[in-house]
Design a protein around this ligand. Structure first.
Ligand code: FAD
Ligand code: 2HG
Ligand code: ZN
Length: 475
């Protein structure tokens, strides 16, 4: 594209979306680099439409001219999903100005949020109506609900409440040619043909642009109990989960695995984080119970169940949060692990999931290989053990060279993902595919699945303008 041509296109795009909402050059930098700084793209323009009509006009304009459109929410993707390629020919469509809570219907236990609402704003809007929106991620202060739905985000409450997909009653989506498809306000029961909404959830902006969603709400939790628990090993963590679910009437909302190294790195790098227990242990679990019944004695349930587990040797030690402040401190440790990892040096990340029953065996098998073959890295496997989802990450070992550590990225990834595959697991549990894992999807997805994905892509986006090169290689 020549300079003159791109200037003319940008001017025309400005006329479509509104000049003040179409930016080029300086000021666009933050839209072009992903959160992990894996990719640095370039864009024809960044547009920030303020209405569904404006999103629709942008797509119709780009579809006619075969200009790639990269939807962007909070740009916290771990897979480079929300940034343009290096060609300078794609348009970034940021949803940040489409950020109204359109309605909260407490009696329907639902609200309608525009895609650009921050996750934390959705949680707050629910709370203001004495309702609860359960999706919760470490990035909730900066990611947007449209991004959460487009990645089918998980987080720390999935065990009890499900993934982002499970929170949806209806969607408003702008299709590649600009038409608006809407199932708002969203019904709990609607069996009128194919479930089209489901197509766009987890599609990472490759099939349509979500502009608003009707979301399910729940009663507010009124009783909460939190504990930081040292366990014998990963198998003990898995066994403890089943015990706690039984003993507490299935009140467990979060069950997060934390290895010793994560405690050490957060204490070292994150101001204010302290080790909750006196003696060090190899593995911990951060467990939370919640109930909408204020009178429910969750602390007692937890204390009793942990006492039994201590006797049987599953649990080695535990700290029960005596107040909300202590609970927040435990969560701060857990939520700071990605940042502590980042401050400690280079890291390799694997967002894997397996049947919960096979986690311990997997960790043991992979650890043997890593111990023998990858001395430049130290394993820091943590996360949503209750969902079978571990962030099976590796950090540069002290004294190891950064270059030699990073040079092993591809072969370490291959070994870990192959092993995950052998165990019947997934190489992408909750972070999506983005640009980073397109080849992984090609390698591990079945032929019928890939063929159907390409068919759907061609049907919904025949010009291939929606987030080209993400999830699937461009046709
Ligand atoms: P973006 O990064 O902007 O976009 C993500 C993808 O969705 C891109 O492909 C983009 O093109 C597309 N997209 C964005 N908005 C729309 C839209 N309106 N319509 C169509 N497509 C769109 N993820 C988890 O699942 N669980 C976690 O526990 C978790 N913890 C995290 C902790 C930290 C500290 C960080 C930095 C990230 C974490 N993430 C986690 C990853 C990330 O926050 C999530 O994937 C989140 O859902 C992305 O939201 P976003 O608004 O930033 O989306
Ligand atoms: C978490 O659970 C996030 O903290 C981030 O999903 C995981 O940094 C990671 O690998
Ligand atoms: Zn996670």
């Amino acid at each position: 594209m020549s300079g003159g041509n791109s200037q003319a296109l940008t001017a025309a795009l400005g006329a479509v979306v509104g000049e003040q909402d179409c930016v080029t050059g300086p000021g666009t930098e933050r839209y072009l680099v992903d959160h992990r700084a894996l990719y640095r793209g370039a864009a024809l323009a960044v547009v920030t439409p303020r209405s569904v009509g404006a999103v629709s006009r942008v797509l119709a304009f780009c579809n006619e001219r075969r200009i790639g459109v990269v939807p962007q929410g909070g740009n916290t993707s771990y897979c480079g999903g929300a940034v343009p390629d290096e060609s300078g020919r794609q348009v970034v469509l940021s949803l940040e100005r489409l950020n109204r809570i359109r309605s909260v219907e407490a009696s329907d236990y639902s609200l309608i949020a525009e895609a650009g609402c921050l996750l934390v704003e959705v949680q707050r809007a629910a709370e203001a109506a004495e309702r609860f929106f359960p999706l919760s991620l470490g990035s909730e202060g900066s990611c947007q609900i449209g991004g959460n739905l487009s990645t089918n985000a998980g987080g720390t409450n999935v065990l009890r409440y499900g993934m982002a997909r499970d929170q949806v009653l209806g969607l408003e989506v702008v299709l590649a040619d600009g038409r608006v498809l809407s199932s708002l306000p969203g019904l709990r029961k609607d069996n009128t043909g194919y479930d089209l909404d489901d197509l766009f959830l987890g599609a990472e902006g490759t099939l349509g642009i979500i502009t608003a969603a009707s979301l399910k709400l729940l009663p507010l939790p009124r009783a909460v109990a939190t504990a930081f628990i040292a366990v014998r090993d990963v198998a003990a963590a898995v066994a403890l989960l089943a015990r706690l679910r039984d003993a507490t009437g299935d009140r467990v909302t979060s069950f997060e695995l934390v290895p010793r190294l994560a405690v050490e790195l957060t204490v070292k790098h994150i101001p204010g984080v302290v080790d909750p227990l006196e003696a060090p242990h190899d593995w911990y679990v951060l467990c939370e119970l919640a109930s909408p019944r204020a009178a429910e004695p969750l602390d007692e349930f937890l204390e009793e169940a942990l006492a039994g587990a201590l006797e049987s040797g599953l649990v080695l030690d535990a700290a029960l949060a005596r107040n909300a402040h202590q609970g927040t401190a435990f969560w701060r440790l857990r939520e700071s692990i990605p940042e502590a990892q980042r401050r400690d040096g280079a890291s390799l990340k694997h967002d894997i999931s397996l049947p919960v029953s096979r986690l311990a065996e997997f960790v043991a098998r992979a650890s043997i290989w890593l111990g023998a073959q990858f001395q430049e890295g130290r394993l820091i496997a943590y996360g949503h053990v209750g969902d079978g989802n571990l962030h099976f990450n590796l950090n540069q070992a002290p004294g190891a060279s950064r270059e030699r550590f990073l040079a092993r990225e591809a072969d370490v990834r291959r070994t870990i993902h192959d092993l995950v595959h052998d165990f019947g697991g997934s190489f992408s549990a909750e972070h999506g595919i983005g640009r980073l894992k397109v080849d992984e999807l090609e390698r591990y997805a079945s032929q019928p699945k890939l063929a159907l994905m390409h068919l759907l892509k061609a049907a919904l986006d025949p010009q291939g303008i929606l987030n080209p090169g993400k999830v699937l290689h461009s046709a």
